[in-house]
Design a protein. Structure first.
Length: 260
């Protein structure tokens, strides 16, 4: 069995990779476990999928960061008789035609949950900055759909449509957030689907003599510790998190094993 990431260079992926490996180790019928990191490069991700199948790997679990761009490679592997299970990010296609099984998550619900919390702390509206991963990824689009179900026009998104692109890369997130802070005089809430990636950039608000704004995001130990250490001196720094979903990989591995 192989686990393939489109981008593996952040803490969430490291925890998720370890969770997938731990799940694999529970199954004695799996004789070999392999991992590949696409490093945010769509062509490398496509090559990784094809090469794992060519090496004789029987089952592949894929986080398709690039979305539909990796679907042709996934489909070719599936049609060659391999078990392939994409998870979390929608790659398009259909189960049984393009891949064995898709393991999704309730990202629209997450967006609605964030939206309701934002309304509770800013009932009259405000400026929102929404950060997500690669351009066009289904997770960010679904979260935005959920927020827009709840939030009216008095809530203005100051980011480029549909969201500011970070590739879920902490270094790029810091650059993007730095640029947005410089561009927008007032940010009332930051919404991010990878909370821990913000920790390195949030102190920039204090350097401009501003409070860190409210944050609606996904959970993570580093973010929780940062909030504990900084919320007293940042009066606007309210925090609301949803589960980050590392467990999705366990279910994807279990399906891959069951179908192989």
């Amino acid at each position: 069995l192989a686990l393939l990431d489109g981008y593996g260079g952040n803490s969430w992926r490291q925890v998720t990779t370890a969770s997938g490996k731990q799940t694999v180790e529970l199954c004695p019928s799996i004789t070999k476990y392999e991992y590949a990191d696409g490093q945010g490069d769509t062509q490398k991700s496509i090559s990784d999928i094809k090469s794992m199948a060519a090496k004789g790997v029987d089952a592949l679990v894929v986080f398709g960061d690039a979305g539909p761009a990796v679907l042709p490679a996934i489909t070719s592997v599936f049609k060659a008789g391999k078990v392939i299970v994409p998870y979390r990010v929608d790659v398009g296609g259909k189960e049984g035609k393009n891949y064995s099984k898709f393991i999704g998550s309730s990202f629209v619900d997450d967006g609605e949950t964030w939206g309701k919390w934002i309304k509770s702390i800013l009932p009259k509206g405000g400026n929102l900055l929404f950060l997500s991963g690669p351009a066009g990824n289904s997770q960010g689009l679904d979260e935005l759909k959920g927020m827009k179900k709840v939030l009216g026009p008095e809530y203005k998104f100051v980011n480029p449509e549909p969201f500011a692109v970070t590739n879920w890369d902490p270094a790029l997130t810091q650059k993007v957030l730095t640029a947005e802070i410089a561009k927008d005089a007032k940010i009332d809430v930051i919404v991010s689907d990878f909370g821990p990636s913000l920790v390195g950039a949030l102190p920039l608000f204090n350097k401009q003599n501003k409070s860190i704004p409210a944050l609606a995001t996904s959970d993570g130990n580093s973010l929780g510790c940062f909030w504990q250490d900084n919320q007293a001196k940042n009066p606007d720094f309210k925090l609301f998190t949803v589960a980050t979903g590392n467990d999705n990989v366990r279910l994807a591995v279990q399906w891959a094993v069951a179908l192989a």
